[in-house]
Design a binder for this molecule. Sequence first.
Ligand code: ATP
Length: 455
Amino acid sequence: MKLENHLLSILESMHDAVLVISKDSTIVYVNTAYSVQFGVPVHKIIGKKLSKVEPKARILEVLKTGQPLINDYSYLDSLNIHIFANMTPLIEKGELIGAVAIMKDISEFYALQEELQRYKTYSTQLEKQLNQKIFSLLESHAPGMRQAVEMAKKVADSEATVLLFGETGVGKEVFARAIHEASPRGDKPFVAINMASLPESLFESELFGFEEGAFTGSRKGGKRGLFELANGGTLFLDEIGELSLFLQAKLLRVLQERAFIKVGGTTIYPLDIRIIAATNRDLQKLMREGKFRQDLYYRLNIVPIHIPPVRERKQDLPILMNNILSELKSKYRKQVTVTQEVYEIFERYDWPGNVRELSNVLERMIAVCSKSYFVPEDVPPFVREGSVLSESPIEPSRQYASGTNALNLPALIEKTEKEMLEEVLRTSRTRTEAIRRLGISRKTFYQRLKKYNIQ
Ligand SMILES: Nc1ncnc2c1ncn2[C@@H]1O[C@H](COP(=O)(O)OP(=O)(O)OP(=O)(O)O)[C@@H](O)[C@H]1O
């Protein structure tokens, strides 16, 4: 069979568009696929000069250079399409006589790619918004806290092990959850283990689980351990500093080998978890005292984040109180506001139990409060007594100067305080009684009357 005789039929049977031009760029041939795909009737194009029809056509380059162009992307202005083409020079007896292009219309693919790109940008924006929302509970005006939150946001989408340092109740678990939720593992489990409350004898069965028949009376079907439950997600090892040296060694082995064996079994289970650990202890000191393994410390301390105590970020009290109160208000179905007096007491107290203590105190107050605002008597005595009384109240303007006053708590506090003063004055027989009921000093009382222009 002589292929040359069938060449035209072969070209016509192709699904890709074929275009042949002569040396002077005259279009000498296009196949049926060309006219079908590009919507150009054959008779309308044959004989035309491509350099006129499509001056930027890439095949003109091939005529110029005599070099082929392979997998070449271009946009055809005259047809308003995106194409991929292979273009080859036609050589006869060593002389360039024209060029051939075999093209694919990729406009649809191109449009899809653009759409995909649009969705990618959109999803990145949504992801950012989601991260903002996740971390919104940790909004802060204090430099130390902001640094900690920035670091948490940065490492969230990596696999890096994070070690959270901070006193009890500062919000280490809140941080760990935020990092987990903002991470690619966010839709997988978040499992928290408190090392301090885990008895040594139960460590292995709780963490690794056990196989059926592991010991007399063991549960049928065995038991899944916390490592297995957290697989694919994040494991939060809280109070890591409380772990005995013996258990530290066991934990280290699992973290190093990234695999574990259940109690009473031989099967090796791979471990696909991200570790976030936390401590309120000085691990370096524990290491010096020989109470914490160096190798475990270095394995956990990849990204250390220090969360400052509440006493070092008192400018965040309005945010924290607002976060906590909004939950408590719906839990207790009550509306309460914080008066300036109460806020000042809170501000002077050092909150050794940090956010947890603040949360407990507010819950205790809301549970027993029958008014729509808190007065100093509502504050538990240990907080009132623990706050060093200052007779020069902090001006709200100074207090909030550094922050974005998004909650407008100061204005709310002032409004409530004024209303409360008026009500107590109205319902007290004497000013001394009003002062006693308000639980403030005589001096502060008269300062407030002056401030609010109350006669
Ligand atoms: N920014 C915050 N806004 C509102 N509530 C918070 C915030 N941070 C922490 N909390 C609340 O304070 C309490 C203590 O937080 P968390 O358990 O995260 O602290 P922790 O540092 O892990 O404590 P511990 O060291 O005792 O384990 C929790 O009830 C938590 O919901």
